[in-house]
Ligand binder design. Structure first.
Ligand code: NDP
Length: 252
């Protein structure tokens, strides 16, 4: 399993959306273990409180990433509580399946709003604080679906995750001179509620695991370690990068 790098993020102040989810909660725990103070935002405020309650240096707030007001209010509150921000991680996400002729507009709209627009809103709210801090790091969460259409029926998810890569690259170029780096982590199948639901509903992730050279799902901690690296100065020459952690799935 992955090893904590003590003090790698000492003094860093990081806000995470979807911070009560599988990858978000693992990331929050890892960042705190490496010295950061974190703001855990999630639609499920009770779950966010539970995650934050288990950590030393964490605050939490309910936040719906589809609402401009909710995101701005929550990010501002975290920044006020932590005394500023040095990083933002956009973990909030959902999966919806269906070929275009099968997919309802509501499902399409939800997946784009949460995965893509939600990432934009979180970055938009956090950037002024990163500028104030003299720089910082943005980590977005894409997917193998940012790079390939791994399944036959995930048009909305694939479109949203391709969009996340474009957003990340644009942020990387737009703020490079101001010392803000932006990178996109693209996980393969990770053992979280999202992946379990997708497997139960349509077996999507089972196919992906079968095609994964390492032959297994990732543990969320294996995403947390990459997120921490991308937030830290260990990745100081990386910006606009699309980093796969997919057990080799996209090499097939
Ligand atoms: P989880 O479902 O475990 O976590 C997602 C979190 O986002 C949940 O806590 C969820 O809250 C929250 N969320 C959903 N909608 C909103 C919203 N409108 N506002 C704020 N928070 C919201 O999934 P993962 O941890 O697996 O996913 C994290 C990211 O990783 C997602 O972007 C996903 O697409 C991506 N990813 C995941 C993979 C996997 O195999 N698990 C593979 C590739 C990418 P609630 O539970 O209350 O809905």
């Amino acid at each position: 399993m992955t090893e904590i790098v003590p003090n790698r993020l000492a003094g860093r102040r990081i806000v995470l959306t979807g911070g009560a989810g599988g990858i978000g909660a693992a990331a929050a725990a890892r960042l705190v273990a490496e010295g950061a103070a974190v703001g855990i935002l999630d639609k499920d405020g009770i779950a966010a409180k539970r995650v934050a309650g288990e950590l030393q240096n964490a605050v939490c707030l309910e936040c719906d990433v589809t609402s401009q007001d909710s995101v701005t209010t929550a990010v501002n509150a975290v920044a006020a509580e932590l005394g500023g921000l040095d990083g933002v991680v956009t973990c909030a996400g959902i999966a919806r399946s269906g070929l275009p002729h099968e997919m309802s507009f509501e499902d399409w709209d939800a997946v784009i709003k949460i995965n893509l627009t939600g990432s934009f809103l979180a970055i938009r709210a956090a950037v002024p604080f990163l500028l104030e801090a003299g720089g910082g790091a943005v980590v977005t969460i894409g997917s193998v679906a940012s790079l390939i259409s791994a399944n036959t029926n995930t048009c909305g998810y694939d479109a949203s995750k391709h969009g996340v890569v474009g957003l990340t690259r644009s942020v990387a170029v737009g703020y490079a001179e101001q010392g803000i780096r932006a990178n996109c982590l693209c996980p393969g199948v990770v053992d979280t509620p999202l992946a379990r639901k997708a497997r139960e509903e349509n077996g999507v992730t089972s196919n992906a695991v079968a095609n994964t050279p390492l032959g297994r799902r990732a543990d969320p901690s294996e995403m947390a370690s990459v997120i921490s690296f991308l937030l830290s100065s260990d990745s100081s020459f990386m910006t606009g990068s699309v980093v796969t952690a997919d057990g080799g799935l996209t090499t097939r």
